[in-house]
Structure formats: C-alpha cells, structure tokens
Design a protein around this ligand. Structure first.
Ligand SMILES: [Zn+2]
Length: 389
C-alpha cells in the first residue's frame, strides 16, 4: 500500500466506533422504501458534524440527500459514493443496507479529511428505496448525477467479489375480472376470476421449464376471492420477470401476457397487466473499475472469491447506464445464509460484519482515490462505458 492508502486505512480505523454507531442506529430504526426519514436525518447530521454540507430531498425524492465537503467548490472529476438505507418489511435490515450507508459515509469522511481543500470532486449521495422503489432511477432521471463521473457503492453478501451481473426486472400486477354469483345456487351465472388467475399461473409454470438460464419469473396471488360461496369476480397477483438483458426481459413479459390471454379466453374473464415503474435494467459492468476494486480488495488482505452465479436485481443496474458504476460485494456470512433473512440482518453487527464494514469503507475510499488521481484510469473507465453491452 502506498502512503495515501495507508492514510485511508488509518482514517477509517479512527472512525470505527462512529461507523458502528451509524450502522446500529439504522438497524434499530428500520424504515421501508421512501419512508427513510430517520435514516436521512441521522446520516445528514453525522455528515454535517464531519465537514459536509448536506442538501436533503434532491431529485424531488424526500428521503434522499446529497452531501458535499463544506468550504469546497464542486469540481471535476467527481466521484459519487452511494449510501442505501432502506429496510425490508417485517425483517428490517435483512439486506444489510445499514452497512452500505455506514461504509459509504465512512469512505466519504475519511477521504474528506485526506483531501482537505481539494475535496471538491467528492460527493456522497443518499439513495433511498432500493428495495422495489427504484430510488436511484428517480434521482438519475432528475439529473442528480449529471455532474458526476463515476458512482460506487458496496453491498454485503456471502462472497467477496469485485462485481457481478445483475438482472433487468419488471414488476407488475396481474388482475382478472369476472362476475359474482352464488357458488352453489347459480354457478352457471358466475365468471370465475380466481380460476383464470390459477390457469395463468399454471401456464407460466409450464413455460418456466423453457427459460434461458438468466430468465426468472416469480409471482404470488394477493387476492383470490372473498368467500367460498361467492364466485370470485376479482383475482389479483404480483409478479416479476427478470433477465440478463432488456430484450429478453421484455420478451418474458410478452409470454406472461400470452398466458393471461389464454386463461381469459378459457374462462370468459378479462385481464389487466399493470407495470410498476421504474422497471430495472441489467447492470452495465465496468471492467476497468472492477480491476481497481479488486486490487484494493487484495491490498486490504481480502481473498477474492469466485462468482457463485446467483443473481438479483438492483436500481444500480439503471444507474450504470447513466455513468460508470461499480457494485462490489463483501462477505458478512457463509454462502449457506441467504440474503433477505433475519440471520443476514443479525450478521451486520457480528464481529465479521463490523470488520467488513471497515473493509468496505476503506475499499471504497481507495477506489475513489484512484479514480480521482489517475487520468489513465478515468480514460479506461470511460472507454469501457462507451462500449455497448
Ligand atoms: Zn440490497
């Protein structure tokens, strides 16, 4: 490690207790997408105490924030460190976003101290509602990232990898409409919306055998009727289709619509598909940024793992089409423990979770440092970004 990286290491270590406290505060106060008011206030407060000026509610998203070093004029190149802080319903921080926020904040504060008056290219963006809300898409569409040259964050997981593919995703509501009737006295007068939904579900299930490895379709029934003796006139479900590129993702939605059409024809019902916006794009990876992330992981003594091939989706996918972005993972649990679980949540305060938080802050700060200080790297990153996926 060179001198500046050693200094980053030391600065992050000196912030350890403060970062653990930030993570613990978020853990104790979980807030779901777009309701992260306490988190936004708390993070802003800690940043203001550490040499940042914070603007809340950027991009017309109430629980977002943008923090810039105080007494520094914004300059280019600019790096956006990202903080996610939304939790999941019922299980709280089962995705570990408390660590993401604390690590992003730690990296920003450490770099702020090192860069001093030269910190104008440093930004920390609070990006709400990753879980199903697409907060980053709203911020990007509002132009929040326009004056920035790269975006970086870390995500806790069960492997240490500098990056991996993420799937594009469309979330949608599926509704069938029929006619009520007494289920015993006059079944011939009813039109059964639940039967239609079950038929569509089975059609989708049959199609699932024929998906490409990157294709995913999953759904639940959210309304199946009101009483057994009333033929359901309304049934509804929530579904996702996912795929490794936009074209296949959109094709999967068309196939699902066909299943609905067949079910509607068979039952005499009508149906409606309502897409929940924003839809998520697959991530556009940046090999040059990932190489730097990997070098910094190695410098920190982190063993880089093989990509396990498991895939989810994130609004970081969309953001990666606006500007070069990187989304590495650092392990806080063994591979047996899935994300979105109470075990994963509890691991954020384990000694491994604590160590990973510090490692993540260092890795992000070092990567941002490299980006800000190397014109050759920035050129390579831009060249990667210009290539279409
Ligand atoms: Zn997450």
């Amino acid at each position: 490690m060179d001198k500046s990286k050693k200094r980053i290491d030391r600065e992050v270590e000196s912030l350890a207790d403060e970062l653990f406290a930030v993570s613990d505060f978020l853990l104790a106060n979980p807030e779901i997408a777009y309701e992260e008011f306490k988190a936004c206030d708390h993070l802003s407060h800690v940043l203001e105490q550490n040499g940042f000026q914070v603007e809340k509610g950027v991009g017309k998203v109430e629980t977002s924030f943008l923090a810039r070093p105080d007494n520094c004029r914004p300059s280019r190149p600019a790096v956006a460190l990202l903080a996610e802080y939304d939790a999941l319903p019922k299980i709280g921080h089962g995705c570990g976003h408390n660590l993401i926020a604390a690590a992003g904040l730690g990296a920003a504060v450490a770099l702020r101290r090192i860069l001093g008056a030269e910190a104008g290219g440093l930004v920390l963006v609070g990006t709400p509602a990753e879980e199903g809300g697409g907060g980053k898409v709203r911020l990007a569409e509002a132009g929040v990232f326009e004056e920035m040259d790269a975006a970086m964050m870390f995500h806790p997981g069960s492997t240490n990898i500098p990056g991996k593919g993420m799937l594009g995703r469309i979330k949608f509501k599926m509704e069938f409409f029929g006619r009520t009737a007494h289920a015993s006295g006059s079944p011939d007068r009813g039109i059964n919306a639940l039967d239609a939904l079950v038929l569509a579900y089975n059609g989708i299930n049959a199609y699932r055998q024929h998906l490409r490895p990157d294709g995913r379709i999953h759904g639940i029934i959210t309304h199946g009727g009101d009483a057994p003796n009333i033929i359901p006139d309304y049934a509804a479900g929530l579904f996702y289709v996912r795929a490794g590129n936009r074209k296949y993702r959109d094709e999967l939605l068309e196939r699902v619509k066909n299943c609905c059409q067949g079910a509607a024809l068979a039952t005499g019902t009508e149906f409606k598909i309502e897409i929940d916006h924003p839809v998520l794009d697959p991530v556009k990876r940046n090999p040059s940024l990932e190489t730097i992330v990997k070098n910094n992981m190695t410098a920190l003594g982190i063993t880089v793992d093989e990509d396990d091939g498991r895939r989810g989706s994130s609004d970081m996918g969309n953001l990666s089409h606006y500007l070069p972005a990187t989304h590495p993972y650092l392990a806080i649990v063994e591979p047996e423990i899935p994300g979105h679980s109470t075990e994963f949540r509890d691991a954020t305060t384990s000694s491994r979770g604590r160590q990973t938080l510090l490692n993540a802050a260092k890795m992000l700060a070092m990567t941002a440092w490299d980006f800000l200080n190397s014109p050759e790297l920035r050129e390579k990153v831009l060249r990667d970004f210009a290539k279409s996926v």
